[in-house]
Design a protein around this ligand. Structure first.
Ligand SMILES: Cc1ncc(COP(=O)(O)O)c(C=O)c1O
Length: 403
């Protein structure tokens, strides 16, 4: 069993999170984890590497079934293996899906603040980026077993319907949501599906975080509520810390929609970009990764409790929102900054140069991100506690101008 407390040196391994961060700065930015992948995956990789021929691989039936059985077991989600396209990563699949379901000039909706590579994906395809900002709802709906939260985010359905009425034909959904950590409820997704169906809108649903659920309630896929208009994207990269492996699973139940997505993927060479080790790692993870993931989720819940306590007790003016899913927290420092008239760049310098901790700036995530910082808490508790201590101390001292 993996011991998530073990600190594994990542510097010098070409890890972007660690190797472009100054040596005395703790990196809590890029969304990968500082934990060893499941032994079932490293064992399968070692076995495959030991076979000295790495010729063209195929996407086997066994690979397809491993993914579908995982979704059935974990999410009670019935996926026909024929609906699956094996793609090299989520973002190339998202770009292919945008091509397949829209024309240049079409409006594609995103719900900000959101994973910012979405913006480039839409613009790089010559589509119009249209924003449906999340609403701050003040309180998060109470879920059984959930914690009391300071603030939460909700979808603005009225505004979304206006955008659909104005002609937007695609929604690029992030579910669960990065960075606000919402696990969208079945009610919310059903409402969304109703609007999409009414206006004939295709939903590209990025469900890469769907296995990192910290709430007791289950993840609901768009495939469950809007199968005929959904392109859903999954991956082992977040779930099993395999982002460098390069694999994703694109699921399209509707045959017509699927053949459009498949054509673009073929045109762009995505389907022949299968890496022999990525297929091995993915299948092993989905077949044998349950116990590892359950242990990981417990550890992440523990880490979030540490984070929540540190924020509540040691960081006046800072709020940690509801952490329903994902291992990245969306910290609200607006009150802290307002009380001290601190600018975004001063806040950034305070954190990076005084606290010596690297987080992700909220502004990158678009509308609504100003005054927020994203913190990746998927790291051994010792590192997390050190980082939180540094942040609390630096916030307490306040910004020290160096000019
Ligand atoms: C919502 C979301 N989509 C996609 C990705 C990246 O996926 P990939 O590396 O498979 O393109 C991330 C990584 O943080 C993410 O948070």
């Amino acid at each position: 069993m993996t011991d998530f407390d073990t600190v594994i040196e990542r510097r010098g391994t070409g890890a972007v999170k660690w190797d472009v961060t100054a040596p005395d700065v703790i990196p809590l930015w890029v969304a990968d984890m500082d934990f060893a992948a499941p032994a079932a995956v490293t064992d399968a990789l070692a076995r495959r590497v030991a076979h000295p021929i790495y010729g063209y691989p195929m996407v086997s039936d066994s690979y397809r079934h491993a993914f579908c059985e995982w979704q059935q077991r974990r999410n009670r989600l019935a996926i026909d293996p024929a609906w699956l396209l094996a793609t090299p990563a989520v973002m190339p699949a998202v770009r292919a899906a945008i091509d397949a379901v829209s024309e240049p000039g079409d409006a594609v909706v995103v719900q900000t603040p959101v994973y910012f590579p979405f913006f480039h994906a839409i613009r790089s395809k010559g589509r119009r980026l249209v924003l449906n900002p999340l609403r701050e709802s003040g309180v998060v709906p109470a879920h059984p077993g959930g914690h009391a939260h300071h603030h939460g985010f909700a979808m603005d359905f009225n505004h979304l319907e206006e955008l659909f009425r104005d002609g937007a034909r695609v929604l690029l959904l992030c579910s669960p949501h990065n960075p606000v950590a919402r696990l969208w409820s079945r009610d919310e997704l059903t409402a969304l599906a109703g609007l999409a169906r009414q206006w004939g809108v295709t939903v590209i649903s990025d469900e890469i975080h769907s296995d990192i659920i910290l709430e007791p309630r289950p993840f609901v896929s768009m495939l469950d509520v809007l199968p005929e208009l959904t392109v859903a994207c999954f991956s082992v990269s977040k779930t099993f810390n395999l982002a460098g492996i390069g694999a994703s699973q694109t699921v399209v139940p509707d045959p017509g929609l699927r053949s459009r997505v498949r054509r673009v993927c073929e045109r762009d060479g995505l389907l022949s970009l299968q890496h022999v080790l990525s297929l091995t790692a993915t299948e092993a993870a989905y077949r044998h990764g349950d116990a590892w993931l359950d242990a990981l989720l417990d550890y992440l819940r523990g880490n979030h409790a540490v984070l929540r306590t540190a924020v509540a007790n040691r960081m006046p003016g800072v709020r940690a929102g509801a952490q329903e899913a994902t291992y990245i927290a969306w910290l609200d420092l607006r009150d802290y900054c307002a009380e001290r008239a601190l600018s975004e760049s001063q806040l950034k310098r305070l954190l990076q140069h005084q606290a010596r901790v690297k987080l992700s700036d909220g502004v990158q995530f678009g509308h609504g991100g100003l005054g927020f910082q994203r913190l990746n808490f998927a790291t051994p508790r010792l590192i997390l506690e050190e980082a939180l201590g540094r942040i609390a101390d630096a916030l307490h001292r306040g910004y020290i101008s160096t000019v």
